[in-house]
Design a protein around this ligand. Structure first.
Ligand code: R5P
Length: 288
């Protein structure tokens, strides 16, 4: 088995290769220093993959990383790989999981259709709607990133976990079982992409160190609203913890409401504090 990583997921791909004791295929991403002047992606494999089971690790966000995924998958197949497993740590386009309005693309399915051209199977992590995986044209499965978050929060000695909405209850339950902490949840109403409202609720957080646990932080609006509620109820400190740190637009300003922000390496950022390489390695070993 060999592991290759796209430029969205290099450190995680190396971590997975290390966990599996597999060879790592280096890739060049620029033909010329600075890349193509028109910003188009370029890939060149530096190692042999002929006859190998190759694991390609690449998050499909932002858009240029989707193109890079396809270039790498095609290059790996052309170079004679026997089997190609797509590991998509953060499945960009996963939130458009149905046709909300007539004429829309079901983007999550569109992406899968194209991934299936070169890949035999797909493994992703904590996807917005796991049910969408059943509609993919190749075997597709989801691994949870919450054990990694739970490990981190345990070592950080957090007293209490909070799910900012009912969708995040399944995440906080899993993390709290590992961190060994009590937890609670809020009810969130989303007004628009930037604004959320929380139903007032008494929480047992006075004097406690609390982590808000969610799958994704995008604009940080959800976290900021929940953090203000925790502060107003006397929480001693507030940590924001997520699997996928997308961090768009005003996220950094919104996250100033927290004492710390932690994310995994499904999307590499300055807030990446914990690796999900062990979770993916276990899923790859289980493929058979
Ligand atoms: C929603 O269902 C997700 O679990 C997150 O709560 C949401 O994506 C966070 O978005 P934002 O950071 O923009 O509030």
């Amino acid at each position: 088995m060999k592991v290759a990583g796209g430029s969205a997921s290099g450190p995680l791909a190396k971590g997975i290769a290390h966990e599996l004791a597999a060879g790592y295929v280096d890739v060049i991403f620029e033909k010329h220093p600075g890349g193509f002047p028109d910003d188009e992606r370029y890939v060149r494999l530096l190692g042999s993959v002929a006859g190998e089971h190759v694991v390609l690790v690449q998050t499909t966000h932002p858009d240029s990383m989707v193109v890079e995924f396809f270039l790498l998958a095609d290059a790996i197949r052309d170079a004679g790989a026997a089997r190609l497993t797509a590991v998509v740590p953060y499945y960009g386009y996963g939130r458009q999981d149905k046709r909300f309005l007539d004429g829309e693309a079901i983007s999550a399915k569109t992406l899968a259709k194209h991934i299936a051209v070169d890949c035999n199977e797909l493994i992703t992590m904590t996807i917005h709607n796991p049910d969408i995986l059943k509609t993919f044209p190749i075997p597709a499965s989801e691994v949870s990133g919450m054990p990694a978050i739970g490990r981190y929060l345990k070592s950080a000695k957090v007293d209490f976990l909070l799910a900012p909405d009912s969708n995040a209850v399944r995440f906080v339950e899993e993390a709290s079982a590992i961190a060994n902490t009590p937890w609670d949840h809020l009810q969130k109403e989303r007004i628009d992409s930037y604004t959320v409202r929380m139903t007032p609720k008494k929480l047992n957080v006075k004097g406690k160190s609390v982590a808000i646990v969610d799958d994704v932080i995008s604009t940080g609006g959800t976290i900021a609203t929940a953090a203000k509620e925790l502060r107003s109820q006397g929480a001693r400190s507030v940590i924001a913890a997520c699997v996928h740190g997308v961090f768009v637009e005003d996220a950094e300003a919104n996250l100033k409401t927290c004492d710390a922000v932690i994310a995994t390496d499904t999307i590499q950022s300055r807030h990446t504090k914990v690796s999900v390489a062990p979770e993916f390695a276990a899923a790859i070993r289980a493929l058979g």
